[in-house]
Ligand binder design. Sequence first.
Ligand SMILES: *Cc1c(COP(=O)(O)O)cnc(C)c1O
Length: 224
Amino acid sequence: MSEIAEKILKVKAELPQGVTLVAVSKYHPNEDIMDAYNAGQRIFGENIVQELREKQQTLPSDIEWHYLGHLQTNKIKYIAPFISLIHAVDSLKLLIEINKQAEKNDRTIDCLLQIHIAQEETKFGFSKDEIKEFLSKELWSELNNVRICGLMCMASNTDNVEQVKLEFKQVKLLFDEFKQSYFRDKDYFHILSMGMSHDYPLAIQEGSTMVRVGTKIFGERVYN
Ligand SMILES: *Cc1c(COP(=O)(O)O)cnc(C)c1O
């Protein structure tokens, strides 16, 4: 068995029931993805449109591709025909564009709203107030070709466990609040995407239902 297969089986075996694993394969070659695929993994996450398109065209068609990164509106059209879940919607404008491209492809695209909770300035996403304002206006509910399936966040990149825990807790509270207020009868609103290689066990403890794990499965990424 390949090293990647062993690692992914180990990660999976330790996940509680109800938590979905997204294997984050960005910057890793097709062979590595196939190792994970042959170990049974079907959900992969990427964050560069061009790279994702190339992989989608050459790899097995039963892979569910997730888009994790900041998405530019002019690039949606390239992934709209096949994308399973877009994790990081952070504006109404983006959601409207995704809806438009989904309609053109005669499909519905599942999306998560990204909430900015980390202390770092550079991360994208709605602030707590912005996301509340966004949902309260209900403009989103008129978009028939997208579904808001939950929330996504990235915690602060810090060794301060208490800080990270607090951030996950806050997002879980918002998730529950939104579920109650806007999505009570919507079964599809059930995804809380939080946790990466270094913090996913903590995220799960705080209520994550979807973890995005790259390095721990595929090793360090080589950026070139
Ligand atoms: C790259 C990436 C991950 C995976 O990070 P690892 O530390 O390699 O597990 C998770 N989420 C997002 C949004 C990413 O861009």
